[in-house]
Design a protein around this ligand. Structure first.
Ligand code: PLP
Length: 389
């Protein structure tokens, strides 16, 4: 049976070109970038060259890039680092959104526990906070806003330039989690007007465990991970040189191939949606606002409302799809044995039963039309079978 991987928003396979670029730094160039000898200097030169390339792709300065272990650490560093880990630092109030990734929501909760005013806005029906909503939430004590560039479950893009204008008018810092947009939506920190921005290499065909945080010059950031002077004292720990090389190589490719990737993924997404509509009619709801709001092209989220009063078991749906060779996911998290419906879909106002019967398809740059057609057939077969029971 052919396996069809439609879960690229969860992670992507490493691009062979990225792997090749990393290999020398796992083998002969294994030095610690802090060592003064030749091997150490070789590693340092590479890390700094990567920093320059990553910065250039974002329209930033090299000194504004902090390499991290991934998106989660970048988000945590942005939120807790600007605030200070005890919440007693610069941030007096934080505004974020209920549809954010846990990597933002959990640190926000930590700040709230430490006494910081934290406002968690519900997204508008298309899945993002609007500039008007934000404006209304900006009380004088708010000093940081964290709103993601594209939502990982829905694909909705936040209009960051407009959001930034609202923040700038009040002197409020803006952080964005851009983990789902690199290589798909242009990321220029000045055009977007952001002060902090998180990236994760494994979402754009780079290695897992490598990420970056952009920190605008002049923004005060305390290290979340202490123990060394690396990354200008903003992130202690020996640099993951091969990971950093992989991140930079993957970002080079993502930027160079962005137009082609976008066009390919948009065509696949449209084919998938048309196929599902032809096969299943109006028995599902479309959670990704395709055609009505700006979205990233690699995410299509649908859900099945109860049929004749009977809910569809979302976990069984995914397991059955997997048995048919189709690997997709839902935003649901398994907590203590019970499947919790996605907090994002619940924040959109979906009822529990429908939110628990959601599927997120995310094709990738190497996905084919045949993969999409096979997925449509499998979904139609599985849903009909489950509804007959
Ligand atoms: N933020 C978003 C929007 C994500 O989709 C993910 C990945 O699941 C993360 C953060 C976490 O990134 P990482 O897996 O690199 O820690």
């Amino acid at each position: 049976m052919q396996r069809r991987y439609l879960d690229h928003a969860a992670t992507t396979p490493i691009d062979p070109r990225v792997f090749e670029a990393m290999l020398p730094f796992l083998k002969e160039h294994f030095g610690n970038a802090s060592s003064v000898h030749a091997l150490g200097r070789r590693a340092r030169v590479e890390v700094e060259a990567c920093r320059e390339r990553v910065a250039a792709h974002l329209g930033a300065e090299p000194a504004e890039i902090v390499f991290t272990s991934g998106g989660t650490e970048a988000d945590n560093t942005a939120i807790k680092g600007v605030a200070g880990r005890d919440g007693a630092g610069l941030v007096t109030g934080l505004v974020t959104c209920a549809a954010e990734h846990e990597a933002v929501l959990r640190p926000a909760e930590a700040l709230a526990r430490a006494g910081v005013t934290v406002v968690v806005l519900d997204p508008a029906p298309h899945g993002a906070v609007t500039p008007a909503q934000l404006e209304a939430a900006l009380t004088p004590d708010v000093s940081l806003v964290s709103l993601m560039h594209a939502n990982n479950e829905l694909g909705t893009v936040t209009p960051l330039a407009e959001v930034s204008a609202v923040c700038r008018a009040r002197g409020v810092l803006l952080h964005t989690d851009a983990v789902q947009t690199a290589g798909l939506v242009p990321i220029d920190v000045d055009a977007l007007g952001v002060d902090l921005l998180s990236l994760s290499a494994h979402k754009f065909y780079g290695p897992k465990g490598a990420g970056a945080l952009y920190v605008r010059s002049g923004v005060e950031l305390r290290a979340l991970v202490e123990g060394g002077a690396q990354e200008r004292r903003r992130r202690g720990g020996t640099e993951n040189v091969a990971g950093i090389v992989g991140l930079a190589a993957a970002l080079d490719l993502a930027v160079a191939e962005a137009g082609a990737r976008r066009a390919h993924l948009t065509a696949l997404r449209d084919r998938l949606l048309a196929g599902l509509r032809a096969a299943l009619g109006d028995t599902f709801v479309l959670n990704t606002p395709v055609g009505t709001a700006e979205v990233v092209p690699h995410v299509l989220n649908i859900a099945f409302p109860p049929h004749d009063g009977r809910p569809l078991d979302g976990e069984m749906l995914l397991l059955n799809l997997d048995l048919e060779g189709v690997m997709a996911s839902s935003g649901s998290a398994c907590t203590s044995g019970a499947l919790e419906p996605s907090h994002v879909l619940r924040a959109l106002g979906l009822d529990r039963a429908t939110a628990a019967a959601a599927v997120r398809f995310s094709p990738g740059k190497d996905t084919t039309e045949a993969d999409i057609d096979a997925a449509v057939d499998a979904v139609a077969r599985v849903v009909r079978r489950m509804r007959r029971r």
